[in-house]
Design a protein around this ligand. Structure first.
Ligand code: HEC
Length: 158
């Protein structure tokens, strides 16, 4: 209890056989060890406190900024009024029935019954229906074809 109260904190490996460390080295090492231990404990305490404070600050914000995003909502099936409708009525209506476009052609299948999706309509426009030759190829192209396809898909609910 008299001198070197930090002696037990000494963590240096014991000197190898036959080479006893000097008393100065032990004391010096002890001081360094004590100092390092104090610094480590202090840093740990500060860090712990800091981390807890940050966590407390951050927690409410993280919870608040995560609203469930629903992106799968389908557009309303109501028939859109756009260029697609007019194009369909002009180019397709003589052969196809589609209520939303006000057509009642009966050469090809009723698209209200067929309910094609946009990809099928575009393919049909490009290839001429399913390829029987009864429907002309390439009645529309590019943006026109796409607008007709979108219109039919939405109007027919495909
Ligand atoms: C001259 C008449 C005629 C016109 C004009 C016409 N079609 Fe057709 N269509 C048909 C016939 C007949 C079929 C069924 C035979 C076939 O698929 O080859 C058909 C089939 C289709 C099909 C079904 C294809 C499948 O794979 O089942 C779609 C979709 C279609 N037409 C869309 C259109 C669109 C869109 C237009 C306008 C750009 C159009 N048609 C214009 C006669 C026509």
């Amino acid at each position: 209890m008299t001198e070197e109260p930090v002696e037990p904190k000494q963590e240096l490996a014991p000197p190898p056989d036959g080479k006893p460390g000097g008393a100065a080295a032990w004391i010096f090492g002890g001081w360094i060890g004590a100092l390092v231990a104090v610094l480590v404990v202090a840093a740990w305490l500060v860090g712990k406190d800091e981390g807890r404070r940050q966590a407390e600050n951050a927690a409410p914000t993280q919870v608040a900024t995560a609203p469930p995003a629903k992106t799968t909502a389908k557009p309303e099936p109501a028939a859109p009024a756009g260029p697609g409708k007019q194009l369909f009525a002009t180019k397709c209506g003589s052969c196809h029935t589609l209520k939303a476009a006000g057509t009642n052609g009966a050469v090809g299948p009723s698209l209200d019954d067929l309910q094609p999706d946009a990809a099928l309509v575009e393919a049909a426009i490009q290839n001429g229906g399913a390829g029987s030759g009864a429907m002309p190829k390439g009645l529309a192209a590019g943006n026109d074809a796409k607008q007709i396809a979108d219109f039919v898909a939405q109007a027919a609910g495909g």
